[in-house]
Ligand binder design. Structure first.
Ligand SMILES: Nc1nc2c(ncn2[C@@H]2O[C@H](COP(=O)(O)O[C@H]3[C@@H](O)[C@H](n4cnc5c(=O)[nH]c(N)nc54)O[C@@H]3COP(=O)(O)O)[C@@H](O)[C@H]2O)c(=O)[nH]1
Length: 796
C-alpha cells in the first residue's frame, strides 16, 4: 500500500537494545554466580585439604609431646634402681628442652600409709625443705590426713621451693579421676584443669596429661593387675595455646587458615554458643563454635591422651583461602560493561537507523511529492493507479481517471510571471482537494496538468461526470493573486476502468484522448472517453505518417489569394496559402494538417518550403506585386529562422520589400524581448510585418504599440458581422484610427460581398482580401493582368 510513513514507536525502536541489555544483565549475573560458585568450590577443596593437613601436623606435634612423656615413663619402668630426683630432673629437662608449651612435668609415686613418712623424709633429704604430703582444701593446702594411698608430687621440674611439692592428687577429684582412668585403662589420660601455681598473668587454660607407671616386671593385663601394680603417675601440664602455636611455627603452618581448638565435650552437654576456643591461631577474638559452624569451616579432632579436642579451621580473614569472589566480580563488571557497550551501541545504531530510515522515507516522500503544491506527483500517481487497478479488478469494481489541464494558465504565467503561476497552481490544488473525498487520489503530473483517481461509486460514469462538472465550476471561479484577479478554466478528460482499459497505459491514453477532445471542443468542459476518439487518434497518427511522407515527397502546393488596395481597387499582392495534395484523399486544406504539423514540429520543414516557394513564385511577378507568407509560432522559435528567410530571399532574388510576414498574436505571448528583437531585424532588411487574425486573440491593442507591425489584418469574423452587428463597424473604425496613429495600414480579411467592401472603404480600411476579390488559387491560374477593382466588384 502506498501511503504516508509513520515513525516506529520508541519501544519497538529500542527493543534490540532492551533485549540485549536484559540478556546481558542476565548472563552477567548468572555467569558471575557460576564463577562465584566455582571459586567457592575450588577454595573450599583447597581449604579443606589445607585444614586437614594442618590438623594432621598439629596431631603429630601433640603426639611428639606425648611420646616424650611415654619415654619418661619407660625410664621409671625399666630401671632396677629407683629413679633419683636429679636423674628425673635431668632427663625430663632434656626431653622437653626445645618444646615450648610444656609447663612442668612431675613424678607422683603411689604412696601408702606406711611409706608416707619415708617419702616425706627422702624429699626433705633431697633438698625439698618442709616436704610433706598435702591435701587441697579450698584454695590452699593442708597436711594430708592419714589415708591408705596418696599420689603426692614428689619430683617436679618446678623449683624445689614450689608449694606444689607434696600436693596429693588423690584429694583433687578430677585429677584423681584422670589417674584412675589412666591406671585402669593403661592409657594416657588428659583433663583441662586449673593450675595451682599459675604463672604471673597466665590466664590461659591448661591441660594436664597423666601417664600411668607400673612397677617394673609386673603384669598389667587386667584392671586388677593394673590397680595392684601401679607404681605412680607421670603428670605433665601443657600450656595448650603456646604448645600449639609452637607446633604451627615449627611446621610452618599455612597462614591461610586460622585454627580454633575447643575443649572436649566429655559426657557433658555444653552450649555451642558459649564454647569459646582454648586456642585460636587468628589474631582476632575467638568466635563461638556455633558462629564458626555457620560459615565456611572445617571440623576435626585433636587427640590429647584420652580426650578429643574439637578443632575448627576457618579461612583466615582476607587470606588466600577466603573466597574473595574477585573473579566473579570481574565477570560481573566485565559482563555489565559489555552489556552497557552493546546496549549503547544498539541504541546508537537504532537511532542512526531511525535517522537513516527517516531520511530514506523523506527522500521517498519527496520522490513521490510535488514540491510546489504538496500533492502526490506523477510517480506516486502511477504507482497508486497500478495498485488501485489491481485491487479493483480483483474485487470486480470500477474506478475513473480524470485528467485535467488548466486553460489559459500559460497566459497567466507569461503575463504575470512564474511566481504568480506557482501561486495559482497552489490555489488550484487546494480547490481541487476541497472537491474530493478522502478516498480519491489527486496528483499534479507536471506543469498545469492534474489527475484524479476516483473510486467507490455505484455508477462510475455518473459519479465522475458530477465530479468533473463540480471541478470545472470551481476552477472557473476567479483566483486572487497579489494585485490581480485571474480567471482560468480547466479541460477534463475521463476514462473509466475496466470499461476503457485494463492497464495503466490504456487508461491514461484514453483519458488523455478525452482531454484532447475537451480542449478541441473549446475548453473548460469535460469529456468521457468513447471509442470514436481512438479511431480519430488512429486517423491522426496515420495523417502524421502521411505528413512526414508528404514533406519528403513534396506533395504540397501553394495557392495564392490576392489582396487589393481598397481606394484604387488595384491588386497589390497575394497571400500564399499551403495545400496538401494527398495521393488518395485529394487536396487537403491547411486547417486539417497545420495544427498537426505544428504539434509534431514538421511545420519547420514545411514552413521553410512554403517560404522558399512563395519567394520563388513572387520573384516572377510584376515588380510591385507583394507576397504574404504565414509563419507559425513554432517556426518563430527556431533560431535559424532569420537565416532561412534571408536564404529564401537571396536564392529567389525577391527584394525583401516585396515580402510580408504574417504572424498571429499567439507568437507574441512568449519570448517578448527576443521576438521584438527578431521583428526589428526583419524590418531592418525591409520585410513588412502583418499582425494576422486581429481581434480573435488576447490583449490585442497592447501588441500594436509594443511590436513594430506595418499592417493589421482584421479577422474575417468582424467582416462577416458588418451587416448585422453595428458595433463591428465601430470596432473596425477604432482599429483604423489606431492603426493610422501608429502609422500602420489595415487589411480586412474575408470580404465576400460588395456591400462589405463599400463599408470597409467608408471606414478607411487600406486593403481588402476575400472571395469577392479572388479565391486562393494555384499560381498558374492567376490572371497575369490585374483586373480593375470595379469590374471585379461587378463580377461578384
Ligand atoms: N503557418 C502557415 N499557416 C498557413 C499556411 N497556409 C495557410 N495557413 C493557415 O491556414 C489557415 C487556413 O487557411 P486556408 O484554408 O487557406 O484559408 C484561408 C483562406 O482561404 C480563407 N479565406 C480567404 N478569404 C475568405 C473569405 O472571403 N471567406 C472565407 N470564409 N474564408 C476566406 O482565410 C484563410 C486565410 O486566413 P489568414 O491566414 O488569416 O489570412 C489560415 O489560418 C492560414 O493562415 C502556411 O503556409 N503556413
Amino acid at each position: 500500500m502506498i501511503g504516508r510513513w509513520r515513525p516506529l514507536p520508541l519501544f519497538r525502536l529500542y527493543r534490540p537494545a532492551l533485549v540485549a541489555a536484559s540478556l546481558g544483565v542476565l548472563f552477567s549475573v548468572v555467569g558471575a554466580a557460576a564463577v562465584a560458585r566455582w571459586e567457592d568450590r575450588v577454595n573450599r577443596v583447597e581449604f579443606e585439604s589445607t585444614a586437614e593437613t594442618e590438623a594432621i601436623v598439629m596431631q603429630n606435634g601433640m603426639n611428639e609431646y606425648i611420646s616424650r612423656l611415654v619415654a619418661l615413663r619407660t625410664l621409671f619402668e625399666s630401671t632396677n634402681e629407683d629413679v633419683t630426683r636429679s636423674e628425673f630432673e635431668t632427663f625430663a629437662g632434656r626431653l622437653f628442652e626445645r618444646h615450648p608449651g610444656m609447663l612442668r612435668v612431675a613424678w607422683l609415686p603411689r604412696v601408702n600409709r606406711k611409706e608416707r613418712a619415708e617419702y616425706e623424709a627422702a624429699a626433705a633429704a633431697d633438698g625439698v625443705s618442709g616436704y610433706r604430703i598435702k591435701s587441697l582444701q579450698g584454695d590452699g593446702f593442708a597436711t594430708a590426713p592419714q589415708e591408705d594411698e596418696y599420689f603426692p608430687v614428689f619430683y617436679s621440674t618446678q623449683p624445689k621451693t614450689s608449694p606444689v611439692y607434696g600436693m596429693d592428687y588423690a584429694t583433687i577429684p578430677d585429677r584423681y579421676a584422670a589417674i584412675e582412668r589412666a591406671r585402669d585403662g593403661d592409657r594416657i589420660a588428659a583433663l583441662r584443669t586449673r593450675l595451682y601455681e599459675p604463672r604471673e598473668g597466665d590466664q590461659l587454660p591448661n591441660v594436664l596429661v597423666v601417664v600411668p607407671v607400673y612397677a617394673k616386671g609386673t603384669s598389667r593385663d587386667t584392671v586388677a593387675d593394673r590397680r595392684r601394680n601401679q607404681a605412680g603417675v607421670i603428670v605433665a601440664a601443657f600450656d595448650l595455646p603456646l604448645l600449639l602455636r609452637a607446633i604451627r611455627t615449627t611446621t610452618a603452618a599455612s597462614p591461610a587458615i586460622s585454627v580454633n581448638v575447643y575443649p572436649p565435650f566429655t559426657g557433658q552437654i555444653v552450649s555451642l554458643e558459649q564454647s569459646l576456643p582454648d586456642f585460636s591461631s587468628s589474631a582476632t577474638a575467638p568466635q563461638s563454635m556455633a558462629d564458626v559452624s555457620k560459615g565456611v569451616h572445617w571440623s576435626g579432632n585433636l587427640r590429647i591422651g584420652d580426650t578429643d579436642w574439637q578443632v575448627r579451621a576457618l579461612p583466615t580473614a582476607g587470606g588466600p583461602l577466603e573466597t574473595a569472589y574477585d573473579r566473579a566480580l570481574t565477570v560481573l563488571v566485565v559482563g555489565m560493561l559489555l552489556t552497557m557497550s552493546l546496549a549503547s551501541y544498539l541504541v546508537l545504531a537504532s537511532r542512526n537507523s531511525r535517522r537513516l530510515s527517516l531520511a530514506n522515507r523523506r527522500v521517498l516522500e519527496l520522490a513521490q511529492t510535488d514540491i510546489l503544491t504538496g500533492l502526490p506527483n506523477r510517480a506516486f500517481f502511477l504507482a497508486r493507479l497500478d495498485e488501485i487497478n489491481r485491487q479493483m479488478r480483483e474485487d470486480g469494481l470500477t474506478f475513473s481517471i480524470l485528467m485535467l489541464d488548466l486553460d489559459r494558465f500559460k497566459n497567466v504565467n507569461d503575463s504575470l510571471g512564474h511566481g504568480a503561476g506557482d501561486l495559482l497552481l497552489r490555489q488550484v490544488a487546494q480547490r481541487l482537494k476541497s472537491a474530493l473525498r478522502q478516498s480519491d487520489v489527486l496528483a499534479r503530473l507536471g506543469g498545469d496538468e492534474f489527475a484524479i483517481i476516483q473510486e467507490g461509486c455505484d455508477d462510475q460514469r455518473v459519479c465522475s461526470a458530477e465530479l468533473a462538472g463540480r471541478i470545472a465550476k470551481l476552477v472557473t471561479e476567479p483566483f486572487l493573486l497579489p494585485g490581480h484577479r485571474v480567471e482560468i478554466g480547466t479541460s477534463i478528460g475521463i476514462a473509466i476502468a475496466p470499461e476503457h482499459g485494463s492497464n495503466q497505459e490504456q487508461l491514461l491514453r484514453k483519458a488523455d484522448l478525452a482531454l484532447y477532445r475537451s480542449k478541441a471542443a473549446g475548453r473548460n468542459c469535460f469529456t468521457i472517453y468513447d471509442e470514436a476518439m481512438s479511431a480519430e487518434l488512429e486517423a491522426r497518427n496515420m495523417l502524421e505518417g502521411d505528413l512526414r511522407d508528404a514533406i519528403a515527397r513534396c506533395q504540397f502546393e501553394l495557392h495564392y489569394q490576392p489582396f487589393v488596395d481598397v481606394a484604387s481597387g488595384q491588386r497589390c499582392g497575394f497571400e500564399a496559402l499551403v495545400r496538401w495534395r494527398h495521393p488518395t484523399r485529394g487536396l487537403i486544406p491547411p486547417d486539417q494538417f497545420i495544427p498537426l504539423a505544428e504539434e509534431t514540429g514538421l511545420i519547420v520543414a514545411l514552413g521553410e518550403w512554403v517560404l522558399r516557394r512563395a519567394c520563388e513564385d513572387a520573384a516572377s511577378w510584376p515588380s510591385d506585386a507583394r507576397v504574404a507568407v504565414n509563419l507559425s509560432p513554432v517556426q518563430f522559435k527556431e533560431a535559424e529562422l532569420f537565416d532561412v528567410i534571408c536564404a529564401a530571399l537571396g536564392d529567389s532574388g525577391l527584394p525583401p520589400e516585396r515580402l510580408e510576414i504574417e504572424i498571429t498574436e499567439s507568437v507574441l505571448l512568449e519570448r517578448g524581448i527576443e521576438n521584438h528583437a527578431f521583428m526589428e531585424r526583419l524590418k531592418s532588411i525591409g520585410i513588412e510585418l502583418a499582425l494576422d487574425d486581429f481581434g480573435t486573440g488576447y490583449s490585442s491593442l497592447s501588441y500594436l504599440t509594443a511590436f513594430p507591425f506595418d499592417k493589421i489584418k482584421i479577422d474575417k469574423s468582424f467582416i462577416s458581422n458588418l451587416s448585422h452587428r453595428p458595433h463591428s463597424s465601430a470596432i473596425i473604425s477604432s482599429i483604423v484610427t489606431l492603426a493610422r496613429g501608429l502609422d500602420m495600414s489595415v487589411t480586412a480579411e474575408g470580404v465576400e460581398t460588395s456591400e462589405q467592401f463599400e463599408r470597409l472603404k467608408g471606414l478607411g480600411v487600406n486593403f481588402a482580401q476575400g472571395y469577392l476579390l479572388g479565391r486562393p488559387q494555384p499560381i498558374e491560374r492567376i490572371a497575369p493582368e490585374p483586373p480593375v477593382a470595379g469590374s471585379r466588384l461587378d463580377a461578384a
